[in-house]
Design a protein around this ligand. Structure first.
Ligand SMILES: C[S@@+](CC[C@H](N)C(=O)[O-])C[C@H]1O[C@@H](n2cnc3c(N)ncnc32)[C@H](O)[C@@H]1O
Length: 204
């Protein structure tokens, strides 16, 4: 059976329902809904889906948004000086656990529709978002050096493949992507450092 033809069977979930509509046919997502999913509604605009077979999480929109609109303000439960696969970087050696915690379910995409603006602490729409769209952000937009790199499965035309943080990407790869002020500054520092370093001694 091809990934495209696997259907999402309803899952008995006390607090949820299964929307086995076309958009959710397995294979469309990088987190395949192999046999169905459970869903929860942590906010009036957000749907949290949990794959019944893999346990993978994702967050979907229940409202429409225009590009540039604030989806919600976020805060943090804790801050540490090291990253984990769940944290968002807000500064040098500053990594937060998001509040509300269910925002941790936002997956990465190389063509994201949202971002965590760590200057304003707003979760913002980068593009128009429709009801039922998965909410994704570009992890290197906030992360300089990721704790848990992964092979991206977003399947977008501009997919960068291995995602390990902005430090591992060229300015060209980051040029068309919205970055936090922190990451934009880090990039400037890195590239200024690279251009001011002394050229190789070619006399040997
Ligand atoms: C903060 S979690 C996001 C929610 C995650 N799907 C889960 O079930 O816990 C981040 C992890 O999700 C996975 N992930 C997120 N986006 C991905 C993508 N585009 N491709 C592959 N794995 C992804 C990676 O394992 C990553 O370390």
């Amino acid at each position: 059976m091809s990934a495209q033809t696997m259907s999402c069977a309803p899952v008995a979930a006390p607090s949820g329902r299964c929307n086995a509509h076309e958009k959710l046919v397995c294979g469309a997502d990088y987190r395949p809904l192999v046999s169905g999913y459970k869903t929860e509604y942590p906010a009036e605009w957000a749907e949290h889906r949990i794959c019944a077979t893999t346990g993978h999480n994702a967050l979907y929109a229940r409202k429409t948004y225009k590009a540039g609109e604030v989806i919600m303000a976020f805060s943090y439960r804790s801050m540490s000086d090291y990253p984990t696969y769940l944290t968002v970087q807000v500064g040098e050696d500053k990594h937060i656990e998001l509040s509300p915690a269910w925002l941790e379910h936002v997956n990465h995409s190389c063509e994201p529709n949202a971002m965590f603006n760590t200057t304003t602490f707003n979760f913002e729409a980068l593009r128009d978002i429709a009801v039922g769209d998965e909410l994704c952000f570009f992890y290197p937009s906030t992360e300089w050096a990721m704790d848990s790199p992964f092979q991206c499965k977003c399947g977008k035309p501009s997919c960068l493949g291995y995602i390990a943080g902005a430090s591992q990407l060229t300015r060209e790869q980051l040029a068309s992507r919205r970055l936090t002020d922190f990451i934009a500054n880090k990039l400037d520092e890195r590239d200024a450092g690279a251009s001011s370093s002394s050229p190789c001694d070619s006399s040997q």
